[in-house]
Write a protein that binds this ligand. Structure first.
Ligand SMILES: [Fe+2]
Length: 289
């Protein structure tokens, strides 16, 4: 076949991918071609616009390394991450709702004993976090891994710090639930922050008339044998960005008050010389099918 034009090119490409041995590869390829061609027909790009699009994707890839993931940001800010998450988490009652993983998870975060301070030496208001992990019937899960991470009170994660601080894990840690399925740890209160917007995704948001901010939150990834790993955040009630999160990640069930307490006895029975905040959340895991 040859002499393809606007009316024949789509069918020609679909015919070419129809021989894929893997039926999933075939289905995904066909959908990609159909939707991509329809997109191009709708916007009728000029050559300069098409070159700009290639440049945008090239720049997005060029910014990705083991510390910066511009493609996740692109997926997040276009609502694709939350759509994929929603499709994969049609949860039963008793399971905590999920939200985006985000680009700042570090798989090698240290395991710490219950009650540990996971942000020693980091400036900020103390935050005491307590909670539990249960099955869909509300029974405690012992030995669940609670992996948690968040920004500092300027809105930056440890992996965004200067190179001389590389290797220093701060504001992240892994804890194991006790015999009652409970966990607790100490950290500092994170702030709302703008997603990294000095790259192609930032330029896209600006062109679209959007801000890059996310409401203050603490990330959690909770796993236990026999259960689906839970990836979620807990947001601070009252944050100004709850209704305009740049990555569409907020759900009502994930918002909690982080009340402020005057200096005095803290939840871990120690005495805090300065005012502190508390955050409590009880997580429910979904059983694996
Ligand atoms: Fe985050």
């Amino acid at each position: 076949m040859r002499n393809f034009d606007e009316t024949t090119i789509t069918e020609a490409v679909l015919a070419r991918v129809a021989n894929a041995a893997d039926p999933r590869v075939r289905a995904v390829s066909e959908a990609l071609v159909r939707h991509l061609h329809a997109f191009v027909r709708e916007i009728e790009p000029s050559f300069s616009e098409w070159e700009a699009a290639i440049g945008f994707l090239t720049g997005t890839g060029a910014l990705c390394d083991d510390k910066r993931q511009e493609f996740i940001l692109l997926s997040d800010t276009l609502g694709v991450s939350m759509l994929v998450d929603a499709i994969n988490h049609r949860l039963p009652d008793g399971a905590t709702e999920t939200t985006v993983l985000g680009p700042f998870f570090v798989a090698a975060a240290p395991e710490l004993p219950l009650g540990a301070d996971m942000s020693p030496g980091v400036e900020g208001d103390p935050l005491y976090v307590t909670g539990s992990v249960t099955d869909p019937e509300g029974r405690p899960i012992t030995g669940a891994i609670v992996d948690t991470w968040h920004s500092d009170d300027d809105g930056y994660y440890d992996v965004q710090k200067p190179a001389e601080e590389e290797g220093h894990f701060a504001m992240r840690g892994r804890f194991r639930t006790d015999a009652q399925g409970r966990f607790h740890f100490r950290t500092i209160k994170p702030a709302a922050y703008p997603i990294p917007h000095d790259g192609p995704v930032g330029k896209m948001l600006e062109a679209q008339g959007r801000h890059p901010w996310r409401p203050a939150h603490v990330h959690f990834m909770i796993s236990a044998p026999g259960y689906e790993t839970l990836v979620t955040h807990i947001f601070e009630e009252g944050d100004r960005y709850l209704d305009s999160d740049a990555v569409f990640g907020v759900k009502d069930s994930l918002i909690r008050a982080w009340p402020r307490h005057e200096a005095g006895q803290a939840p871990d029975a120690s005495t805090s010389a300065v005012p502190f905040h508390t955050l409590t959340y009880d997580f429910g895991l979904k059983r694996l099918d």
